[in-house]
Design a protein around this ligand. Structure first.
Ligand code: NAG
Ligand code: NAG
Ligand code: NAG
Ligand code: NAG
Length: 762
């Protein structure tokens, strides 16, 4: 639409030109910042009031590394540095400290540790590394104890932790690492602890060991079942076997650099060690390569964490694992999530073995005959010397276990994951993954039926860019708990009420959230599932889900605005009309009376429309979002001038209206605009001054292309156009409507010692 010719006065055009020139550099768009892989639809920065998290912290405690949910789901046991805590998580909000017991490393061990040149500031402490439920009355826990690992039972009385008696503390070598930075994993099965970690002070001797029962079994050091750098990340029990997930140097491939590979190893639960050969050693240890790669790409070869779902192992269970790569692709670290079916893992362990040709040092497929029962199977006898001799050299499977990549994302390093499923309104279950990163992000990912995952949201959990140490789902609380160096956060699993319209609620494709047409809110889907609630997780099509009346005959839903914001403005002023960009997946554009906006008199900056209000330019302005092929107005303004009120468009009759109080005017010099007064003379003065400054800058710009940026930066420095304080984007949806209840610390959050127990983080 062309501007009417009589209205074109050169001054205002110059004004707008300068105005555009003076705008700060636009913020990076999501396409630039996102890299490869799905983009989170909604992003929350640390402390974002729209996403309420509850932080538990204590000022004398740090490193909340281990999280364990009680059987009834009401207590969260936490292993922090030199202490173990029981938190009551029954009530929403900040977890309440039920009790805590100290477990510091002894002074003697701390001195020895410092003497061995370990840091008395960061390393010579008792970092809790194992925290499992042993039986109805006892927990079992291990810690690094200043590079001298120990373990103990902790008695529970009504979820209260009883103090640790020194007499009950046992040596914990093989169960907890010496060095807190070394990886470890442990799982309790049938009263026995299966653990994988580093077994020595130097961290050069990995071990996979079964303790707390007889006989104690371990891996053999001299048979090289594990490479010296094996790093364990998960242990998952199955019916007959226990699986271990780890990463180590691969020496079965010829490669010019050190090649990492991810592994799954398994041992039989009924293993008792050999009688003559392999005494007190595993007789059923087998390992295989885990492959997580996109077709034709370098593999994600470093496993960081793995979980089993469904945990109850009925139906086809899958192991979900997060991987990073030893290679940086496109200059950034990337991550992948792969799913491995337990059936595939079992099949590989029943397949061919590899063997090492001692002369050539090459690994080849073993083609010889096998004894029966098959070596390494759970039915092999401890006295079958032939099978055990074979086992000593044949512990690596020939085939890899190939996973299905569900999510590949560049620019993030996933370190932790938790998995659950949730039903949608039709009762179909969807796999939901919570992924923690090295920089404190939490991604909520949903696996769609074509097997690829999309990201519903991204939350920066805390301001510091440091790793999420642990994630623990608490299904009955509807939350996931995240441990990090500074505390434990409760993250409600969904944030439905950020989606204010049916369209937004449906486009979000969060299985936990659905639109309730009665209350007209996007809410957590309750059980039983109400039949009237609207959702479309699979397709995310609001045209269908939000249609009112019979499908087909109804209007395109939401193409009519729900509310119109009325703006009364002065002619020839510059208006700023904000448009909140909630969804990073949508593209946004503005329209004026159903046509495109004339470019000569407007510009879009940071989503807001900056409009030089000329005669005849009033009327309906709408910001449209287009997502999933569906367009809808995010916000609609009726712009009217005081001098010549416009007649209302009859099409818009019946739509509720809301008068905007402050005129949304941007002005030079920060001078406040009185609504009744034209500021045109002021604008002209400033414009002329700026024109002088700018012509100097432009000459410089022409002379040196490199200097251009600097010059622009300088001009910007003295000529930015701050909003008057009272006029800060009052229409933005991102502004809280009600006063936030942030940083509340009620009396009950402070215990008798005046310790800070918790702070509500908005
Ligand atoms: C660590 O040792 C140094 C010197 O040996 C001492 O000054 C410092 O206070 C110690 N720090 C802690 C936390 O014990
Ligand atoms: C739980 O295990 C501890 C440690 O072995 C033992 O003392 C206690 O009696 C056991 N409790 C039950 C209920 O079996
Ligand atoms: C799966 O569907 C999504 C849209 O829902 C699409 O973006 C993605 O490319 C599809 N993935 C595959 C592997 O077909
Ligand atoms: C962009 O707009 C959002 C609100 O819509 C605001 O919070 C943010 O500060 C703006 N950024 C800049 C650089 O103006």
């Amino acid at each position: 639409m062309a501007l009417p010719a009589p209205g074109l006065d050169p001054w205002s055009l110059l004004g707008l030109f300068l105005f555009q020139l003076l705008l700060p550099f636009p913020p990076p768009t999501t396409a630039e910042a996102g890299g490869q892989g799905p983009v989170p639809r909604v992003r929350y920065s640390a402390g974002d009031r729209r996403r309420a998290l509850s932080l538990f912290q204590q000022k004398d405690l740090r490193d909340f590394d281990m999280l364990l949910l009680s059987d009834d789901g009401n207590t969260l046991f936490v292993g922090a540095r030199e202490a173990i805590l029981a938190l009551n998580i029954q009530e929403p909000g900040v977890p309440r400290l039920h009790n805590r017991i100290p477990w510091p490393a002894s002074d003697r061990k701390k001195n020895e540790c410092a003497f061995k040149r370990k840091s008395n500031e960061t390393q010579c402490f008792n970092f809790i590394r194992v925290l499992v439920s042993f039986n109805a009355t006892h927990l079992y826990t291990c810690g690094t104890f200043a590079f001298s690992p120990v373990c103990t039972f902790i008695e529970l009385k009504d979820s209260t932790l009883m103090p640790i008696l020194e007499a009950n503390v046992m040596e914990g070598k093989g169960q907890s690492p010496f060095n807190p930075v070394h990886k470890h994993t442990a799982v309790l099965v049938d009263g026995m602890l299966y653990s994988g970690t580093m077994n020595n002070f130097l961290g050069s001797e990995p071990i996979l060991i079964r303790t707390l029962g007889h006989p104690v079994l371990k891996t053999d050091n001299f048979l090289n079942w594990l490479q010296a750098d094996a790093s364990f990340v998960a242990a998952i029990p199955s019916t007959q076997v226990v699986y271990f997930f780890f990463e180590e140097t691969a020496n079965e491939f010829d490669f010019f650099e050190r090649l990492h590979t991810s592994r799954v190893a398994r041992v039989c639960k009924n293993d008792v060690g050999g009688e003559k050969l392999l005494q007190k050693k595993w007789t059923t240890f087998l390992k295989a390569q885990l492959l997580c790669a996109q077709p034709g790409q370098l593999p994600f070869n470093i496993i960081r964490h793995a979980v089993l779902w469904p945990a109850g192992s009925s139906g086809v269970s899958h192991v979900y694992a997060v991987f990073t790569s030893q290679w940086q692709m496109g200059g950034t670290q990337s991550s992948a999530v792969c799913a491995f079916s337990l059936t595939d893992i079992e099949r590989v362990f029943e397949g061919k073995f590899k063997e090492l040709n001692k002369e050539t040092s090459h690994w080849t497929t073993y083609m010889g005959s096998e004894t029966s029962p098959r070596p390494g199977s759970c039915s092999v006898s401890p006295s079958s010397d032939k099978a055990l001799t074979f086992m000593k050299d044949h512990f690596l499977m020939d085939e890899p276990v190939v996973g299905r990549p569900l999510l590949v994302k560049s620019g993030v390093e996933y370190t932790q994951l938790a998995v659950e499923t949730a039903p949608d309104v039709e009762g179909n279950r969807h796999v939901i993954m919570y992924l923690g990163t090295t920089t404190g992000l939490l991604h909520k990912a949903v696996v769609s039926s074509n097997g690829s995952a999309y990201l519903v949201e991204e939350i920066q959990l805390y301001p510091a860019p440091e790793p999420v140490r642990n994630l623990q789902l608490a299904p009955t609380q509807g939350a996931v708990f995240a441990g990090f160096s500074g505390g434990v956060l409760r993250v409600p699993r969904a944030n439905c009420n950020i989606y204010e319209t049916c369209v937004d609620c449906v486009l979000a494709r969060d299985p936990h959230c659905a639109w309730d047409p009665e209350s007209r809110t996007c809410s957590l889907l309750p059980t039983p599932i109400p039949s009237t609630w609207k959702q479309d997780v699979e397709r995310g099509n609001p045209g269908w889900a939000c249609a009112t009346g019979p499908v087909g005959r109804s209007h395109q839903p939401q193409s009519r605005p729900q509310i119109i914001k009325e703006v009364l403005a002065v002619a020839n002023s510059i208006l700023e009309l904000p448009c909140p960009h909630l969804s990073a997946l949508a593209s946004y554009h503005w329209s004026h009376r159903a046509a495109a906006i004339p470019e000569a008199s407007s510009t879009v900056y940071n989503g807001s429309l900056l409009l030089l209000l000329r005669e005849g330019a009033g009327g309906l302005y709408q910001c449209w979002a287009t997502e999933h092929g569906f367009s809808y107005p995010v916000v609609s303004y009726w712009v009217d001038s005081q001098e010549q009120p416009l007649a209302l468009d009859p099409e818009l009759a019946g739509i509720p209206r809301e008068r905007m109080e402050a005129p949304l005017t941007r002005m030079a010099g920060g001078a406040a605009l009185a609504a009744q007064r034209s500021y045109w003379p002021h604008f002209l003065t400033v414009t002329v001054l700026l024109a002088l400054v700018l012509s100097g800058a432009l000459i410089f710009l022409l002379a040196s292309p490199l200097g251009a940026l600097r010059a622009r930066g300088k001009v910007q420095g003295c000529g930015t156009l701050p909003l008057p304080p009272g006029e800060k984007a009052p229409l933005s949806k991102e502004q809280p409507l009600k006063p936030p209840k942030e940083h509340r610390t009620s009396a009950s959050d402070v215990d008798a010692d005046n310790n800070h127990l918790g702070t509500e983080v908005p």
